[in-house]
Design a protein around this ligand. Structure first.
Ligand code: M6R
Length: 368
């Protein structure tokens, strides 16, 4: 059943190219993005003035990635809320709020309660789910399924990529309905998104380096993860994976926060993963992240840098450079998280831990 892999998690990581291809399949018809599952009236979608994403854990990290994309494409403010916080703080939700509930299982109690709370205030809810017929998509006004197949390992990997890809579809669909992007811009974005599965496969095919690093760092006691823009939620997700399956203290930070506190943690030999945006994107962003690598290296950190192919600016400050293929800045999280997933999985395997069933955790948290 594990298809020759040491764990379901390893298998699911290696299924991610086809998983994302399945999420994206059959979406373009007559040059238009089709989301037949979006059962919410387009007239209503045109009145939306705020989007609130509610989710927990990895699903919330997926939400944090797509906030950047939806705000950029649709010019609608997007808030990302942990579902258990949302419910208890009297959030401002109206009939003009679109709530996006992301949940692999569709059964997470906190997310379900957030959905019910939002609907009571008159908001429409779109569920982004993997498990067909589960409670959250049944109660939502519309449901977009990931189609990534069952996810067995407690640590979410292929569902995370599917959640991001599905939310990208939702964002582009909203931009189409609301006229924020021209049809040819949407077609171009979709073409670039469709090229992602092949690039995911390239990342998976070059995992030797990360596997070696995982073995070398088997006894690490703390690992830090830094990123900016969409690299920030990627850093959070990298840290979450390492905590949950390898039981190593790990923290993800927005790299800009370093000097506001976290840099005090950096000492001789401290491993720090840094997710670097494309040098071809917003230049200031790339150079700021390169300065952050420099800052932690100057304090003795071992820098493990995830950088785009051909990015030479990182070389003087990187102890290791892990490459990812070129893509649009907003789509990079579908690639840059993969070495972090592999790192955690291999490290936990090397420690002899139960990768698929980590201690104290359940696949689906159906209690509050
Ligand atoms: O089924 P859900 O997507 O609602 O689950 C949410 C979280 O419990 C889940 O993502 C959890 O954080 C995973 N163990 C992460 O790998």
């Amino acid at each position: 059943q594990k298809g020759g892999y040491a764990s379901f998690m390893a298998k699911e990581i290696h299924e991610q190219a086809s998983a994302v291809a399945d999420t994206l399949r059959g979406r373009i018809e007559d040059g238009k993005l089709q989301l037949d599952e979006m059962k919410i009236d387009e007239a209503v979608l045109r009145t939306i003035d705020k989007i609130v994403v509610v989710a927990c854990g990895t699903a919330a990290n997926a939400g944090a990635v797509v906030k950047y994309a939806i705000e950029h494409w649709c010019r609608i403010p997007v808030e990302v809320e942990l579902a258990h916080e949302f419910r208890y703080r009297d959030p401002v939700v109206t009939e003009k709020t679109l709530v996006v509930a992301i949940s692999q299982s569709g059964e997470t109690m906190d997310t379900l309660m957030a959905v019910r709370h939002a609907q009571e205030q008159g908001a429409k809810v779109v569920a982004i789910c993997n498990t067909r017929g589960s409670t959250i998509p049944r109660e939502a006004d519309a449901a977009l399924y990931l189609h990534v197949g069952p996810e067995i390992a407690v640590a979410s990997t292929k569902a995370y990529l599917g959640q991001i890809a599905a939310c990208f579809l939702l964002g582009l669909f909203l931009a189409q309905v609301r006229g924020n992007l021209y049809p040819d811009e949407i077609a171009q974005q979709m073409e670039d998104l469709s090229a992602i599965p092949e690039k995911i496969q390239e990342v998976l095919d070059s995992s030797d380096q990360v596997e070696r690093l995982a073995l070398e760092m088997k006894d690490a006691t703390s690992v830090l993860f830094l990123g900016r823009h969409v690299g920030y939620p990627t850093a959070m997700e990298g840290a979450l994976k390492l905590k949950e399956i390898a039981y190593i203290h790990a923290e993800g930070f927005a790299a800009g926060e370093l000097k506001h506190g976290p840099i005090a943690l950096v000492d001789e030999g401290q491993p720090v993963f840094v997710i670097v945006p494309s040098p071809g994107g917003r230049d200031s962003l790339h150079s700021k992240v390169v300065s952050n690598i420099q800052e932690v290296r100057a304090r003795g950190a071992r820098t493990l840098v995830i950088a785009e192919e051909g990015d030479e600016a990182v070389l003087p400050y990187a102890d290791e450079v892990i490459r990812y293929p070129r893509t649009r800045a907003l789509f990079a999280p579908l690639l840059t998280v993969i070495p972090l997933q592999i790192f955690s999985c291999e490290l936990a395997t090397a420690k002899g831990l139960d990768v698929d069933q980590p201690r104290n955790l359940a696949k689906s948290v159906t209690v509050e």
